[in-house]
Design a protein around this ligand. Structure first.
Ligand code: AMP
Length: 512
């Protein structure tokens, strides 16, 4: 079955339900959205002569056209290659070359710089810019009558990893993978009704965009904010206008939203569900978020290779404040989602006992087919039917997964493992610490020592002695940072993830 059937079904059952908004302006109802996508599909196949399985890139800022183009690609049995709009044109070019994309939907503003490089991607034949001739021609094409039938393992979404280490790899996700992810949204994250509103304030090319499918299936509303990105003030305004807002946000965005709501005294009632994930959410931060905005949060843990679907920490878990293990639970990433098995394993993937730390492994319907034209990387990551995530954690007796860190971020000092997150959680308890990130620095005697990068709250500067005292109260002496670096901000990638590689370089550059 083709993912575009989700849209066809909603268009049939709820033809006049509002589907797509730019900010507060209605652009299309479900019938309109399905028709536009079916026409784009007709244009891609009859006009541009693309064949099932061909790749089509999407290099667009968050915009309403993203969804009609995506479903147009799926309708026609083509493979969508989402490219983060914040990438440098050269990085986008790499994705286009590697995937062999024949056509590209591209925002006007992003097309200019890219055009100069396109000799490097000779396979790319068509640039489709919303509002321009070629795009309008697509929309004027004869609509395909129905989505092209797809086998479960046929590719739908070729997603490039952010490539913080080495070159990006194309994660091959099939129609089956994304159907399973959609089902998990309903079982593990949230129920959705037609009046509900998904707002895209994080990049549609990433997890936030993938959540469109659950909302298309439920015939809910899709809102692209005017700014196209994350702006707390704008979100609060949208929550007032539309109500019943659901969104996906990285923990750093949640923090900014919560700060804004607290400072402005805004009513959070228009936010229904805030799904957070993509990076660590510290216990102190989620506690504050719940205090300020109420029980509106759900955590997910996933990665491109099993998108949005490894574990979830439900609204009910986060609300269960009297549970004897509440403190551990809110610092965890929750329990396995319903269509995956999660295991913590040793280097060979054998399960290890509850409480022991090992690599997180995943098996199930949502796990990728492999990396695009990269059998070595696929063989290293998919072994004996399990996805080796590269994340390190431990499961408790109730199945809650405490994520420590990426295995490459674990610090080994004097032969002992130190998980940066554990130290970060402690430092964040200091009221003067707004953000913190802990890395390892090479050391001739210890192998590595702990270095903490600290961002202070405005007007407060925590002293090293206070931070040291806090660590000595809470964690083993050897885990205490040997150096503190006070900085104005932490380097982050486009999804709000802290770039530890850059911190390590910065640490070297600053000298001991
Ligand atoms: P990406 O494939 O770019 O989405 O990155 C996935 C990685 O982000 C995972 O392998 C984890 O290291 C991290 N991550 C995702 N969700 C969470 C979460 N809820 N808590 C902590 N880390 C997370």
């Amino acid at each position: 079955m083709n993912l575009a059937q989700l849209l066809v079904r909603s268009a049939r059952v709820f033809p006049t339900a509002p589907a797509l908004f730019r900010h507060t302006t209605l652009i299309a109802d479900y019938r309109g959205l399905a028709t536009r996508s079916a026409r784009i599909a007709g244009g891609l196949t009859d006009g541009l002569r693309l064949k099932p399985g061909d790749r089509v890139g999407l290099f667009m800022d968050n915009c309403p056209e993203y969804l009609e183009a995506l479903y147009g690609i799926w309708f026609a049995g083509l493979v969508a290659v989402p490219i983060n709009a914040k990438l440098h044109p050269r990085e986008a070019l790499f994705v286009l070359q590697d995937s062999g994309a024949l056509a590209l939907f591209v925002s006007e503003a992003l097309s200019t710089d890219l055009m100069a490089l396109l000799r490097g991607a000779p396979a790319l034949r068509h640039l489709l810019i919303p509002g321009r001739d070629e795009y309008l021609k697509l929309l004027a094409s004869e609509a395909v009558t129905e989505p092209l039938h797809r086998a479960p393992d046929d590719l739908a979404w070729l997603f490039y990893t952010s490539g913080t280490t080495g070159r990006p790899k194309g994660v091959m996700l099939s129609h089956r993978n994304l159907f399973a992810m959609t089902t998990c949204y309903f079982t593990d994250v949230d129920q959705v009704a037609p009046q509900d509103v998904m707002v895209y304030s994080a990049p549609i090319s990433h997890g936030a965009g993938l959540y469109n499918s659950a909302h298309v299936l439920a015939a809910a509303r899709h809102v692209v904010p005017e700014s196209g990105h994350f702006d707390p003030e704008e979100l609060v305004a949208l929550s007032r206008h539309h109500g019943r807002l659901a969104m996906f946000a990285a923990p750093t965005m949640v923090k900014r939203l919560v700060d804004h709501v607290a400072q402005s005294g805004s009513d959070p009632a228009g936010f229904r569900t805030i799904v957070y994930g993509g990076g660590p959410m510290y216990a102190e931060d989620i506690r504050r978020a719940l205090d300020v905005m109420g029980d509106r949060f759900v955590q997910i843990y996933g990665q491109g290779e099993s998108p949005m679907t490894i574990t979830a920490l439900s609204r009910a878990h986060l609300a269960d404040r009297h549970h004897p293990r509440y403190d551990q639970r809110i610092a965890s990433v929750g329990v396995a989602q319903s269509l995956v098995e999660v295991r913590v394993g040793d280097a060979e993937g054998r399960p290890i006992a509850a409480g022991e730390v090992g690599e997180v492994l995943v098996r199930g319907e949502t796990v990728m087919q492999g990396y695009w034209q990269n059998p070595e990387a696929t063989a290293a990551t998919l072994r004996n039917g399990w996805l080796f995530t590269g994340d390190v954690g431990s499961l408790d007796d109730d199945g809650f997964l405490a994520l420590k860190d990426r295995s490459k971020d674990v610090i080994i000092s004097g032969g002992s493992n130190i998980y940066p997150r554990e130290v970060e959680e402690v430092l964040l308890r200091h009221p003067g610490v707004a953000e913190v990130s802990v890395i390892g620095r090479r050391h001739p005697e210890w192998g590595e020592v702990v270095v903490a990068f600290v961002v202070g709250r405005p007007g407060v500067s925590p002293s090293e002695a206070e931070l040291d005292a806090l660590c000595l109260e809470q964690i083993a002496r050897f885990k205490r940072p040997k150096a503190y670096r006070f900085v104005a901000a932490l380097p982050k990638n486009n999804y709000g993830k802290v770039l530890k590689t850059e911190l390590r370089q910065l640490d070297q550059g600053l000298g001991a």
